[in-house]
Design a protein around this ligand. Structure first.
Ligand code: ATP
Ligand code: MG
Length: 575
């Protein structure tokens, strides 16, 4: 492609709304174009890279025997009512009505549709196992779309669904997909880590997320360098502090004026934070978003509450809970903002972290302004409706597997795999007939890759202050031939010859033949991040050109012949 003919609009300035490198660079290179918040289109260079990622995914999926199909993005509400997710999925589900008032949604994911295919088209055990996938546009009306392609409201996803006869066969399907994902992300040039994950709104038993390591990522992972434990902090178990065998002291109420935080009260009473407990107060909602109850969650004073563990303990979706208005909640439950404890609170669900019953003589709020209680003990002074691990595993806490201090890292979730089991086949009635002609539930798995988010993750991991540094595998073009002085006949002729010969050898090549100053061309080449650059300047008169890799600082003088061969060789090795 000749740059003089290409539809390309690069930006010198950093766009206002963009904060992170991938967002800035994808906008500055003109690869993506914003329509409205969280909705982007792909321009020629951007779409080429998207297609490369899709092709890598196709190859690895096909290699595992998965078959590509393409379903509609529009989905009838009836199927979502059958699975029970029409209400459970919450405001992220992009709902719409047709002219007759019938409800639909734009698919955020396709479990219902694929289960429907299988329940009507698969009858016999002979048709299983089966793995169907698609690469398709998904819609999620995210509360806070941000960071460009990273969290958008319209995005491209590869989603696959496996259908097996037994749970053992599901294990094999899951392993195959796990393996395919490792290959996909490696080929895309990502540094990533598979970690155990929560199953969220998709459901099921086991799950792993594939996390591309990055400081700007929204996922936090905990991992252990002594053993192989690695999990999202949402999922990671946090082991309880050992139970205490202290004698229980008499309950005592003390005056603690103005000590609204754990920090304040611990200082005031000269206690360690581990000798205190804190309350977090919530209101919950039903399927129609009406308030339907209050929750008081208690953890040790130095711990942090893990919201995902709390909603799992309550068995409600994440969007069905929010922080309570303390004054309003106080009128009904007796809680007092900043001074809430488990003694005296009523008419709400009390959820207690699993280590609290074993700890003795803790300090807690007294449910009375400016007062705390000392020597609060589980069983004697308060009881729980639910006891569960609610703690966030923090950096340095003991590893739940081996006890060594854990580390934390941030990352971008680029893919996730789930063992769904029979959740959807049961809800929607997907059966097959076994050898004895008896009906059995189909056992399912589902597997997603964010194609557009993967593109952003690649840029996040591969850039410098001048622009993108594409890995060959997903670069929009492999090489760029830059004519230093357009108008110089020798330079133009040499560049044209290199360009034609590279094209002939199957190299995807750009020719920068624009009538621009050399500085502009070099800056753009850096910004666009094409892996190999051949610069045709004054040396062309003696058959010499410069050969440079975007990732290296140095350029080499080479004969034209040499530069062509080296380019072909590098592309073949790395693409
Ligand atoms: P997140 O926790 O980031 O909201 P998720 O766990 O809800 O994502 P999945 O349902 O697992 O997402 O979807 C599969 C993949 O689709 C994700 O691993 C991610 O790569 C991609 N994805 C999900 N939501 C978005 C989004 N809003 N924008 C871009 N990609 C997304
Ligand atoms: Mg996910």
């Amino acid at each position: 492609m000749r740059l003089s003919k290409m539809h390309l609009k690069t930006l010198r300035e950093v766009p206002n709304e963009a904060e992170i490198a991938s967002h800035i660079l994808l906008l500055r290179t003109g690869m993506i174009r914003k329509l409205v918040s969280g909705v982007y289109g792909f321009m020629p260079l951007g779409y080429r890279s998207i297609r490369k990622i899709e092709e890598i995914i196709r190859q690895e999926m096909d290699a595992k025997g998965a078959q590509e199909i393409h379903m509609s993005a529009v989905q009838p509400a009836e199927l979502w009512m059958e699975s029970g997710r029409w209400f459970k999925y919450g405001p992220e589900l992009w709902r719409l009505k047709d002219r007759n008032g019938r409800d639909f949604c734009l698919g955020p994911t396709h479990e219902e549709i694929f289960t429907d295919i299988v329940r009507s088209e698969v009858n016999s055990y002979r048709q299983l196992p089966l793995n169907l996938y698609q690469i398709q546009t998904k819609y999620r009306d995210e509360a806070r779309p941000r960071f460009g392609l990273m969290r958008s409201r319209e995005f491209i996803m590869k989603d696959a669904y496996s259908f097996d006869k037994t749970f053992e066969e599901l294990d094999k399907s899951y392993e195959d997909m796990y393996d395919a994902y490792e290959r996909v992300f490696t080929r895309c040039g990502l540094t990533f880590r598979p970690v155990e994950a929560d199953t969220g709104a998709i459901g099921g038993s086991n799950s792993h997320e594939f996390t591309a390591l990055s400081e700007v990522g929204e996922s936090e992972i905990a991992y252990c360098e002594t053993c192989s434990m690695a999990a999202t902090t949402e999922k990671a178990l946090c082991i309880d502090a050992p139970a205490s065998n202290e004698a229980e002291l008499p309950l005592e109420t003390v005056h603690t004026p103005g000590t609204k935080t754990i920090e304040d009260v611990a200082n005031f009473l000269e206690l360690d934070k581990t000798q205190t407990m804190k309350a977090l107060l919530f209101v919950t909602y039903d399927d129609e978003q009406n308030e339907n109850g209050y929750v008081a969650a208690f953890v040790r004073g130095d711990r942090e509450l893990n919201m995902i563990k709390l909603v799992n303990a309550l068995n409600i979706p994440e969007h069905a809970i929010a922080f309570a208005d303390e004054a309003k909640m106080g009128a009904e439950t007796g809680c007092v903002g900043g001074f809430t404890g488990p003694v005296g609170i009523h008419d709400c669900t009390i959820v207690v972290d699993s280590e609290l019953p074993g700890l003795k003589n803790l300090c807690a709020g007294a449910c009375k302004e400016d007062h705390h209680m000392l020597h609060v003990n589980y069983g004697r002074d308060y009881k729980a409706d639910i006891i569960a691990d609610l703690k966030l595993l923090k950096e340095g806490d003991p590893c739940p597997v081996c006890g060594a201090p854990v580390k934390h890292a941030r990352g971008i979730e680029v893919g996730q795999v789930f063992k769904l089991g029979t959740k959807y086949s049961e809800a929607m009635g997907a059966y097959y007939k076994d050898e004895n002609m008896e009906d059995q539930l189909v056992v399912m798995g589902c597997y997603g890759i964010g194609v557009t988010r993967t593109l952003a993750a690649v840029v996040e991991q591969h850039h410098d202050e001048n622009g993108i540094i594409w890995p060959m595998s997903v670069a929009p073009y492999h090489a760029i031939v830059t004519i230093v002085n357009t108008g110089d006949e020798v330079q133009e002729k040499t560049a044209e010859e290199i360009y034609q010969r590279l094209l002939g050898a199957g190299v995807e090549v750009l020719l920068d033949d624009r009538k621009e100053r050399p500085g502009v061309k070099f800056k753009d080449a850096d910004l666009l991040g094409i892996p190999i650059r051949i610069i045709v300047g004054r040396g062309a008169a003696d058959g010499i050109v410069e050969y440079k890799l975007r990732r290296d600082a140095d350029k080499e003088e080479r004969s034209m012949e040499d530069a062509i061969n080296k380019t072909i060789q590098t592309v073949m090795q790395e693409k």
